[in-house]
Design a protein. Structure first.
Ligand code: TPP
Ligand code: MG
Lengths: 325, 338
């Protein structure tokens, strides 16, 4: 199918922003320059980029513990993200949330989540608000294959279908939940089978192919906007790094050749090859975009590192919303 | 029972290894014990379950889907049906995901059934802050559990206690939650090789003293001990009590000590408001009001979620220095200038 060139450029840039941001964050974490836990999104970029390229600004997204990619794809500010990951005052959450709670309500990004499945019912609530206001917006929820095993997902999926809410479920099936493979935690081959049990139309898409994700998402979003209720996409993808941290190979729970076979389908290489073939981007142009994004990431690291730690006097701020003065 | 310390020369084990050894020995002894939870087959996220699959196979070491309600339910059903389940919830915060099964089901089965059910269920988890793991991976939620009749809640502070309390918890015929302190996982201490029990509901006295009773449990018991040693250098002699289990609560040991020292403070990592400290303070004033020479002190976390940033988290979680400062206030001897 013919895709507009600018959509390809757009997705390419979104994916590079995710990749280079994550690589930088991973290096900082490895060098003990970043506290806490870090769940990197590298390998799955085509899913966030493809879906978010198909969204309108008013559409909401909800995310997971592996949430940096979703926020970057929705247009997140790299400086504020990096500062948040470092626990700095200038970060998205003033240093109070960190990697697992990163969010940008102004971009309608309703937050990463430390509780697996925790974001799914919340996304359904946002979908309810959209329908209530009849504003045409769709609430999109990203979640993992592992999350599709938890009750919160099932209750929320059924409710979204029963109430015919504009919610797009995007399951990023990367074949593992932590160190347990998908086939050991469910007796079905495709997560999308679960959607049909709730009467939600579902599609499987190659999550390493941004263009395919984009087109599938556009169609699914159209369904949601039409008032027909929720839709479901299962994106088959893979995380290149370990569940947590930066190790790639030599992990006891997955074979190295499996990792290599997915790396051979790197979604950024994929889109660059496609664009080169179509004659719309030369290697030099690709390198120039990469350099530009790298500069933005370097600036974000610099911004984060030079930002102050939170003011201790603000520890107890924001537990409650104060009554308007 | 009065064993509070292993014999001199006992080999050392880490806190996690003591937990692990208790499981190995119990599973070898009782074929009805099985372990289930997320990633336990590969040893669990902190290695607490290492080696169990190799020793006992997948029949008895069960990797579950991510499904905390069903994990606890699995333990309840299997327990009522005659097995002795150990189920793991990885982080204390995830206990809240399973709270219906824990509080509405497990805790009340025996009572609601007129005594006819027996529920030998142990739930294990990892609690506490200190790793910049933020608001959903750092909590100390024991007050929720202690407020629920029917549950037992165990919070060991040493490798020795960990092993003995694990053995008692698993052999106990009631739903029992064993909370490891994440920050203690790598701490070593003497642990006897043989199996031994520490009865649930028996506190230990970590340090005898005359001036002030300091009551704590879990990681804060060890921080309180450090604070007590620092205060000793200034001539303040604290008696540090480690409750070891917070439900049942060994209030007798606490009251006896308060009657001796006439001053008491409670230290926990959980939010101060509505925490165990409030319950203990209330019971102490009921039973030892006339003995008290000062208002009862309470050290705990401030009233907010656990912040992510290391700098905020360091201010949030009590440490020896802050405990020492607050104990000085309890005893009316604040540091000059403070
Ligand atoms: C309720 C809950 N249970 C367990 C965890 C620990 N945990 C964090 S991520 C994860 C795996 C999630 O797998 P999946 O949904 O497939 O997402 P992925 O990590 O593959 O992106 C687990 C078990 C958690 N954070 N919350
Ligand atoms: Mg997964």
């Amino acid at each position: 199918m013919a895709l507009d060139d600018d959509i390809l450029f757009d997705m390419h840039r979104r994916m590079l922003r995710i990749r280079l941001f994550e690589e930088a964050a991973g290096r900082l974490f490895e060098g003990a320059r970043m506290p806490g836990f870090i769940h990197l999104y590298v390998g799955q970029e085509a899913v966030a980029a493809g879906v978010c390229a198909a969204l309108r600004p008013e559409d909401q997204i909800s995310s997971t513990h592996r949430g940096h990619g979703h926020l970057v794809a929705k247009g997140g500010d790299l400086n504020k993200m990096m500062a948040e990951l470092m626990g700095k005052e200038t970060g998205y959450c003033n240093g109070k949330g960190g990697s697992m709670h990163i969010c940008d309500l102004d971009l309608n990004m309703l937050g990463a989540n430390g509780i697996v499945g925790g974001g799914v019912p919340i996304a359904v609530g946002a979908g309810f608000a959209n329908k209530y206001r009849d504003d045409g917006a769709v609430s999109v929820v990203f979640f993992g294959d592992g999350a599709s095993n938890i009750g919160a997902f099932h209750e929320a999926a059924n409710m979204a279908a029963a109430l015919k809410l504009p919610v797009l479920f995007v399951c990023e099936n990367n074949e593992y939940g932590e160190f347990t493979s998908r086939d050991r935690s469910m007796a079905i081959a495709d997560v999308v089978e679960r959607a049909s049990g709730y009467g939600i139309p579902g599609t499987i898409v190659d999550g390493m192919d941004a263009a395919a994700v984009y087109e599938t998402a556009l169609e699914a979003l159209e369904h949601c906007r039409s008032g027909a209720g929720p839709s479901f996409i299962e994106a088959k993808t893979y995380r290149f790094y370990n569940h947590h941290g930066v190790q790639t190979l030599g992990l006891p729970y997955r074979p190295d050749d499996e990792v290599a076979s997915w790396q051979a389908r790197d979604p950024i290489d994929g889109i660059e090859a496609r664009m080169a073939e179509a004659g719309i981007m030369t290697a030099d142009q690709a390198a120039a975009v990469r350099a530009e994004v790298q500069a933005a990431v370097d600036e974000a690291v610099e911004f984060g590192e030079s930002s102050p730690m939170p003011n201790p006097a603000r520890l107890l701020d924001d537990v409650y919303t104060e009554a308007a003065q | 029972m009065t064993i509070t310390e292993p014999a001199a020369g006992t080999r050392e084990l880490k806190y996690t290894a003591a937990f692990n050894e208790a499981l190995h020995q119990l599973m070898a002894e009782d074929g009805d014990i099985f372990v289930a939870g997320e990633d336990v087959g590969i040893g669990g996220v902190f290695g607490s379950f290492a080696g169990l699959t190799a020793a006992f196979g997948e029949r008895r070491v069960v990797d579950t889907p991510i499904a905390e309600q069903a994990i606890v339910g699995l333990g309840i059903g299997a327990g009522v049906a005659g097995l002795r389940p150990v189920v793991d919830l990885m982080f204390f915060d995830f206990v809240m995901v399973a709270m219906d099964q824990i509080a509405n089901q497990a805790a009340k089965l025996k009572y609601m059934f007129g005594g006819k059910a027996r529920l030998p269920l142990t739930i294990t988890t990892n609690g506490g802050a200190g790793l910049s793991a933020a608001a959903q991976h750092s909590q100390s939620l024991e007050a929720f559990l202690c407020h629920t009749p029917g549950l037992k809640v165990v919070m060991p502070s040493t490798p020795y206690d960990m092993k003995g309390l694990m053995i008692s918890s698993i052999r106990d015929d009631n739903p029992t939650i064993v909370v490891k302190s994440k920050m203690l996982l790598g701490v070593s201490g003497p642990v006897p090789e043989d199996m031994y029990e520490i009865p649930l509901g028996t506190a230990s006295i970590l340090r005898p003293g005359e001036d002030l009773t300091v009551v704590s449990y879990g990681r804060m018991a060890q921080e309180s001990l450090v604070a007590a040693e620092q205060l000793a250098a200034d001539g303040i002699d604290c008696e540090v009590i480690d409750l070891r289990t917070v439900q049942p609560l060994d209030i007798d040991t606490v009251i006896e000590s308060a009657k001796k020292t006439n001053r008491i403070a409670i230290v926990h990592e959980a939010v101060r408001f509505g925490g165990l400290g409030a319950e203990i303070a209330a019971q102490v004033q009921e039973h030892a009001f006339d003995y008290l020479d000062a208002p009862i002190g309470r050290v705990g976390a401030p009233f907010s979620p656990v912040p992510f940033s290391p700098s905020l988290e360091a201010d949030y979680v009590p440490n020896a220095e802050r405990i020492g400062r607050e104990l000085r206030e309890t005893i009316g001897r604040p540091l000059p200038g403070s």
